[in-house]
Design a protein around this ligand. Structure first.
Ligand code: NAD
Length: 331
């Protein structure tokens, strides 16, 4: 029961090793991400374990299928980076971790809002440098503000609950309204209505063809001027170039993102000694009202433990020849 783990970080190794104690699973940890170049490393392994920024496209799937690989255990919820049609055609099964700690992501989204609003990052540096001026740190009360939640699944519901706790009015948009949100007093409205009436908008829907660039120039034009946009879901929900236009005009008043559409070449690595080649990202970094975190919303001990435990279960089911409880299939 040998499994190749791609894009391994020290925390992946630690949590996967702990979760697999007493099982027959044997990990082989590779530091590089899965790409067209590294895919041949998978050949001796029946199962491989991947993450959000691994490349699992047509070409990579054909390379791994030429070896022994017949299962991909995603150690994440999202699977937008997997070409499921090709995986099915090649007889490669895909399982994921549908929910680990939705609290981790919902709480991080709230952290982005509070930091953008009350500028804790600036306050932290100022005070450490002996600068106790509060000029430029002016924020606004969240109480009474209108928060629009796009996607009210597991994470969106928790996020709505927290914002309700702050005393915010809630607007929601989802194809399938959730009772938990209506119970909080959230009003399900059209996307346009949400865009035009929210002071803060938080994205919690998956990345699908239908949601790619959900926040584009047209949507930005419909915003309440100066609105705050938060994205802890997937980068490509926002057309970044359009967001830059919105930030320049002031139509977007604040932007807090944990995900970025071209993050695969940047995030999860220390690039502090590297010249960033992505000019769009570099431009984003120049705005005082933009806060970017590097896809860390999921990153809590609770989440990593849950991810590792469910990944182990998914792999054990596969090796036992059982049905995969959390298999991802083509619609
Ligand atoms: P979920 O499946 O429980 O909820 C997603 C919701 O989006 C569902 O209610 C669904 O009906 C809705 N939806 C689907 N298509 C939609 C559309 N076109 N318009 C509006 N709503 C739509 O998922 P979740 O567990 O709440 O996770 C949400 C997203 O968060 C995931 O898709 C993933 O991309 C992201 N995520 C990010 C991190 C991170 O670390 N930043 C971690 C975990 C998940």
């Amino acid at each position: 029961m040998k499994v190749a783990v791609f894009g391994t970080k020290s925390y992946d190794r630690q949590f996967l090793e702990t979760a697999s104690q007493g099982t027959e699973l044997r990990w082989h940890f590779f530091e590089p991400r899965l790409t067209e170049t590294t895919a041949p490393l998978a050949h001796p392994f029946e199962a491989i374990c991947c993450f959000v920024n691994d490349t699992i496209n047509d070409e990579v799937l054909r390379i791994v299928a030429a070896g022994k690989t017949r299962m991909i255990a995603m150690r994440c919820a999202g699977y937008n980076n997997v070409d499921l049609n090709i995986a099915k055609e090649l007889g490669i099964r895909v399982a994921r971790v549908p929910a680990y700690s939705p609290y981790a992501v919902a709480e991080h989204a709230v952290g982005l809002i509070l930091t953008l609003n009350r500028k804790y990052h600036k306050a932290y540096n100022r005070v450490r440098e002996g600068n106790f001026s509060i000029e430029g740190l002016l924020g606004f009360d969240l109480h009474g503000r209108t928060v629009g939640v796009i996607g009210t699944g597991k994470i969106g519901q928790l996020f709505a609950k927290i914002m309700h706790g702050f005393g915010c009015e809630l607007l929601a948009y989802d194809l399938h309204p959730a009772e938990e949100c209506t119970k909080l007093g959230a009003k399900y409205v059209s996307l346009d209505e949400l865009l035009g009436n929210s002071d803060i908008i938080s994205l919690h829907c998956p990345l699908l063809p239908a949601t790619k660039h959900l926040i584009d120039a047209e949507a930005i034009g419909k915003l309440k001027p100066g609105a705050m946009i938060i994205n802890t879901s997937r980068g490509a929900l926002i057309d970044t170039k359009a967001a830059i236009g919105g930030l320049k005009s002031g139509q977007i008043g604040y932007l807090g993102i944990d995900v970025y559409e071209e993050e695969a070449d940047l995030f999860f690595e220390n690039k502090s000694e590297t010249v960033i080649q992505d000019d769009v990202f570099a431009r984003l970094m120049t705005f005082p009202n933009v806060l970017v975190t590097g896809h860390q919303a999921f990153f809590t001990e609770n989440a990593l433990q849950a991810i590792a435990e469910v990944t182990v279960e998914n792999l054990e089911e596969f090796f036992a020849g059982k049905a995969l409880t959390r298999e991802v299939k083509v619609d």
